[in-house]
Design a binder for this molecule. Structure first.
Ligand code: ATP
Ligand code: MG
Length: 653
């Protein structure tokens, strides 16, 4: 890794800055105003939405232990589907709202106009009503990335029902847990989900899940592929059939700004998933504003977020943010490597994508397959690239910048969480010069603080390092955990009193840039030196023969904690003792002797959540030789990799 390059600063071109919504001076001015007087700032921003009864109160929030309460626009009423669809019809009825790109590259894409979106959402809403769904009821969705997923979310919003989308890669057990936790009245699924040319049997998974749920739960089935499925009369309902006969009009339900819009379970990389609750007015204001500002979205642009709607990224940046802004949003059913490693770029070329938003894990996996897959396509429509999900390592950043962005697209590295509803720390492309690997600056209204992890006092120096907390509420913040406000306070407000605790470690540099270093649990203390495991991982991944790496601490007699590294090698590279020594030496020169790994275990695969995040808590257990108690593993993408790691563990003491 070339350190000069890592410390480099990239500024957008003068042309980009000239057309951007916000420039550097604008950011400074608006940010200062947003934190000086949140009432005035958000009172103004709330006007992005159409209100049925306008709010007179803007902010009513408290982070005080024992009485945490978060309310925005609390006396206003509105409808979320109206804001995402109906209000655009006067000017955008024929404009494409959703471009749907199917898994099979030879099947036709769909262009769904705002008018069609309106009609389909109304039909779906009428179907839900016919199945007894009313305001406040919960509807679980377990669907492929198909337009019906967006229709169903917006149909719930239209009638005031609360949706909970469960990623289609989850097991029947995980689905049953979520249906039961939120006591859903209805689950919407599909026959099968094509992904990468294979089919996931969603309906049969749902059948298995429903064995563990109340027999009153109705099962609405979207016949998507036409694959053979088991059918249970009286419980199962053919959604498309009912939609065909339903009216394309459905009145909107008036909801309060603080009525729940959805529940979403976190990805579970640190433990049992939490049922994060988002409400209506504040969430949509925040999703819309961040979508417009962070991606510098302009009318007519085609926006593509590659996340699944099963994650919050899909909620805020495939569905709610873009549609609230009257945008054209792309929804992709497939995977980046099918039919080959050029698929993302083929889709960008085909639909002339302007903003492209993905995760470092996808970039790293494509990077390993070579730049020739990117070079084949015309990516001249791209104006901006985004990253989300974990810190982006410099190798991946520079590959993304060079091969995808051709050095001319600003890259926004957006730090946020399921809990935050939208971006928290992110560059604004026309305003913030970018440093690779830094989420950089707070979004409007966000007050990040860095606390000393030992006693929780606020570290005021500009350049400092500690745990990342947020000092005051913002409209997109989660309101509670479904059915468990106590756990909500306990998880986010008890450790550092008066603050929202993100769970992440963070460094702030002399320019006031924030560098999220990973979970606090992932900070290790080697002979009194604290360091984030991400730094060691970055160094390992920078080695030409390493594809992926995960680093954890384990008890060490002399150093307190030792460094245990799991390393996946590039295709075809042989794991040898010589290479092991070379890697240790490499890390010593990249970071320093203090960071040299004590143990390197070759890992054919790493345990990841279905959203592609490494589950370090499992790797920690294995490194500690305590693999009897791995905890909740229901969100693992491939449980078999764990068995291999246990069998070949290096610490058997
Ligand atoms: P759980 O909360 O169940 O353990 P999770 O935290 O992985 O799951 P998410 O809400 O999907 O669930 O992820 C949020 C976390 O992802 C953040 O707390 C942070 O650790 C990481 N993250 C997201 N974006 C970035 C980014 N741009 N830079 C650094 N870290 C990021
Ligand atoms: Mg989390």
């Amino acid at each position: 890794m070339d350190h000069a390059q890592t410390n480099a600063v990239y500024t957008a071109s003068a042309d980009f800055i000239a057309q951007a919504h916000v420039d550097a001076a604008g950011y400074e001015r608006m940010y200062a105003a947003s934190v000086a007087d949140p009432e005035a700032f958000w009172g103004e921003q709330g006007k992005r939405l159409d209100w049925i009864k306008p709010y007179t109160k803007v902010k009513n929030t408290s982070f005080r232990p024992g009485e945490v309460s978060i309310k925005w626009f609390e006396d206003g009423t509105l409808n979320i589907a109206w804001n995402c669809i109906d209000r655009h019809l006067a000017t955008r009825a024929k404009q494409t709202a959703i471009i749907w790109e199917p898994d099979d590259p030879n099947a036709p894409a769909q262009h769904i106009s705002y008018q069609e979106l309106h009609d389909q959402v109304c039909r779906m809403a009428n179907v839900l009503v016919s199945q007894g769904v009313r305001k406040g009821d919960r509807v679980v969705m377990y669907l492929p990335m198909i337009p019906e997923a967006a229709y169903a979310m917006l149909a719930c919003a239209r009638i005031g029902a609360i949706h909970s989308v469960v990623f289609a890669g989850f097991s029947p057990d995980a689905l049953a847990n979520r249906i039961n936790d939120c006591q859903a009245k209805v689950v919407i699924t599909a026959d099968t989900a094509p992904r990468g040319g294979r089919r996931t049997p969603l309906k049969s998974n749902t059948d298995a899940a429903l064995l563990h749920c109340s027999d009153r739960v109705r099962c609405l089935v979207v016949k998507h592929t036409g694959d053979q499925i088991h059918w249970m009369d009286g419980r199962d309902v053919d959604v498309k059939e009912l939609m065909r006969h339903a009216s394309p009009d459905c009145p909107i339900e008036e909801v309060n700004a603080e009525d729940p819009l959805f529940i979403l379970y976190t990805s579970g990389s640190t433990g049992k998933p939490k049922g994060v609750v988002h409400t209506s007015g504040g969430y949509l204001t925040y999703a819309a504003m961040t979508h417009q500002m962070t991606f510098d979205y302009h009318d007519g642009d085609v926006f593509w977020c590659t996340a699944d709607v099963g994650w919050v990224t899909g909620h805020s940046y495939i569905v709610y943010g873009p549609l609230a802004n009257g945008a054209t949003t792309l929804m992709f059913e497939g995977v980046p490597t099918y039919p080959d490693a050029g698929r993302f770029w083929a889709v960008c070329e085909k639909h002339k994508v302007n903003q492209f938003y993905t995760a470092p894990t996808a970039i790293r996996s494509l990077m390993g397959l070579g730049p020739e897959w990117v070079e084949k396509y015309d990516l001249s429509s791209l104006k901006l690239l985004g990253s989300v999900g974990e810190p982006i390592n410099p190798e991946a950043w520079s590959w993304y910048n060079t091969h995808v962005g051709k050095g001319r697209c600003p890259i926004v590295d957006t730090f946020w969480q399921t809990e935050t509803g939208g971006h928290m720390i992110t560059p604004l492309p026309g305003a913030t010069p970018v440093k690779p690997g830094a989420a950089s600056k707070p979004f409007f209204g966000v007050k990040p603080v860095i606390l000393d992890p030992t006693d929780g006092h606020e570290l005021h120096e500009t350049a400092t390092e500690g745990v990342l907390c947020i000092a005051d509420s913002w409209p997109g913040q989660m309101r509670t955990l479904w059915g468990d406000h106590e756990r909500f306070e306990e998880a986010y407000f008890s450790q550092y009193k008066g603050y929202y605790f993100t769970g992440d470690g963070c460094r702030r540099d002399a320019d006031g840039y924030y560098w999220v270093t990973g979970r606090v649990d992932d900070v290790i203390n080697v002979s009194g030196h604290r360091m984030g495991t991400a730094e060691v991982e970055s160094a390992l991944v920078a080695h030409a023969q390493v594809a992926e790496a995960a680093v954890v601490g384990y008890p060490h007699d002399i150093k307190g904690q030792g460094i245990y590294a799991y390393v996946t090698l590039m295709n075809g590279v042989q794991p040898t003792e010589e290479l092991r020594k070379d890697l240790v030496k490499w890390v010593r020169t990249e970071i320093g002797p203090i960071a040299s790994p004590d143990v390197i275990q070759w890992a054919p695969g790493l345990p990841k959540t279905r959203s592609g995040k490494i589950m370090r808590r499992i790797l920690r257990k294995i490194a500690e030789n305590d693999f009897g108690s791995l905890g909740d593993t229901t969100t693992l993408a491939d449980p078999s990799v764990v068995d291999d790691l246990i069998a070949n563990r290096k610490n058997r003491g």
